[in-house]
Design a protein around this ligand. Sequence first.
Ligand code: DC
Length: 230
Amino acid sequence: MSFVVAIDGPSGSGKGTITKLVGEKLGLINIDTGATYRCVALATINKGYKLEEESKIVSLLNEIKIEFKKIEKEEKVFLNGKDVTKEIRSKEVNKIVSQVSHIPEIRKKMVDFQRKIAEGKNVIMEGRDIGTNVFPNANVKIYLDATPEERAKRRMKQNKENGIESNYEEILENIKFRDHNDKTSNVAPLKKAEDAIYVDTSNLTIEEVTKKIIEIINHQFGDASKIGKN
Ligand code: DC
């Protein structure tokens, strides 16, 4: 049996942390779809391609291999055999990833890849278009949100923990810029699926959000603790 929990929302809404925690608690495989677009953005930078050089960026699809691996209980992302977990969160990648993710050929290939890695598994998948496009029939759909200021604060903290230097104003600006790009995209605009449950995390702790999401899954599915055991 395959069970899919779709977690969508803007960057910094807490998706990454919450998806990981809920996944661990319920025995679901955690898939971070943003990481797939970040890998393509990193490959673009490594090749020295400019955003305008769309066909060159698209040609990268034949050269890149993305893998998710759990190493010593840590989820790692590999690009052509190299651990890029940290690198894909750099300022440089943040700057171009939204535009890269809106190139139709890139989206198509990444969505195919995301569906493939979830095939036949019980997953909790986080992204922007999981409930609307990747898995429109997901068993449970949740849309996580928070104010841009709160999200910028969280990103600062996350960067600090990962040893990445950052500036609040710069991060806030980048979040607003990406929100705008993501919500107005012709390709896959960020929006709540009609049947998704909206959760505003601005004034909630990580524990409170995790508890809420598990309650939602339990309410929609029955006893969520049994999912991973099927
Ligand atoms: O969640 P994130 O910040 O790691 O996502 C990075 C970028 O990828 C973000 O600008 C939106 C895009 N993205 C997307 O278009 N569709 C997804 N399913 C996930 C991410």
